[in-house]
Structure formats: C-alpha cells, structure tokens
Design a binder for this molecule. Sequence first.
Ligand code: N1C
Length: 229
Amino acid sequence: IVAILIVVPLAVLLSPRTAQFRATFRKKCQAFPETSQRCEDILRTFEEAYFGKDSCNFPEEAYHQLFVKNPFIHSCYKTMFWSGTKDLVHQFTEKRDNFITLEGTLLGHIMNDLTWCGRKGTQETFIYFCEECKMNPVSAFWVRASAEFANYSCGHASVMLNGEISKPFDPTSYFGSIEVRKLMYPRVQSLTVILVTKNNNVDCSHESLQVLRNILDPEISLYCHSVKE
Ligand code: N1C
C-alpha cells in the first residue's frame, strides 16, 4: 500500500501534461484579438523551442524564432519595468493605458505564471520539476523576453521598485542584470523609478539607487519618485 501511495502520485506528476498545457496556452493567446487567428502557429513555434530537449543548460537562443515571428507591436514609449513589485505593478497598469509591462504583451501574457519543459526523446510538455537547474526553459524564456522588451523600449521608460526590501534595485534580478543594461541613449532618454513604500520611510536617496545610476547608460537621465502604497 505504501508503495502504491508513493508510486501513483509520482507517476501522475511525471506524466506529460501536453493537452492541459496547450489548452491553457490557447486560452491565454486568444485573449489578444489582433493575433487570435495565429495561436496554433504561435503554439507550434513555442513547442519547437523545447520539445525533445532536457531542462538543464537550456539555451535562450531556442526562443529566437518565437520572438522573430511575433515581434512586439505596443507603443515603445509606454514601457514599464518592475522588480519585486509584480502584483502591485499590474494593479497599477491594469487601470491605465499609458504604461505597458511585458505581461501586457502577447508572449509575456501567455507565459506569465506558467511552467513548462520538454524531455529528450519525447514530443511532450511537462509542467513539474522543470526549474531544478538555473538555465531551464522557463528562466531562458524570461531572459530572452526581458532582453527583447528592453531593446524595444524607447523615450521615457519607467520602473516600479519595492522600497520595502533591502535592495530595491538588485543588480542580479532580471531588471538589474538584463533590462537596465539594454537601455541605450538616444533611443531611451530617461528612466523614472517609482519607489513604492508602505510608510514613506524609504526615499530616493537609497544607496541601491546609486548602484542603478552607475550601471545605467550615463547619458540616460534617471528620475525617482517615492510613493506610498
Ligand atoms: O527579476 P525581476 O523581478 O527584476 O524581473 C522583472 C523584470 C520586469 O521588468 C519584466 O519586464 O523582468 C521582466 N520579467 C517578467 O516580465 C516576468 N514575468 C514573470 C521577469 N520575470 C518575470 N516573471 C517571473 O517573475 C519569472 O519567473 C522571474 O523569476 C520572476 C522575477 O521577479 P522579480 O525578481 O520580482
């Protein structure tokens, strides 16, 4: 009985979830009316990136075709980055159409909150134990997507940072290690930090913002407002 109790749930966890994953993918894809006709094609290109591959040492280049075939179409000057403020930033941008986050774009919206990976010798999607290694199909996707999103941004960009954590700007985050480093003058002219705090006890003189200033292209102006949540 003990063996059954262990083996059966394990077998369920390890079995492919291709149909379930495809259904979720299609549903989220269809939320974008301008591209809903192409969802099958987008799904196929997406699956080609990881089908038949193991999860470890997964190369971000695998998603090259996906981003070439589905370029961003939003207004580049509305870019809103974030780090450590995922729920807050989406509450904020949901109500406004002058800002757009990566999750407001087609591919960012579909992949947000999903986990997926393949396995050598199969043409299937698995959804458990995909993120055991550092570079896996999920992290590689966000590496590629955040680089593309930052490259595409222009004009006056914004970023919402969390004033309640020790490093509101963390150079090892996706924002700090990828997006900031892609911003180049004159395509991008300024970056405005929205530093969100609970009691206004953190302000824009925070030392971690100095680190941001040192990494950001010196020709890009850096502004900051601290706001109460
Ligand atoms: O590491 P982060 O934040 O700084 O990444 C956020 C940054 C944003 O500006 C986005 O453009 O990078 C982009 N991005 C996503 O859009 C995204 N959606 C979901 C990066 N990561 C994203 N995720 C998941 O959240 C992903 O699994 C990653 O591990 C976290 C990063 O959150 P963070 O540390 O708060």
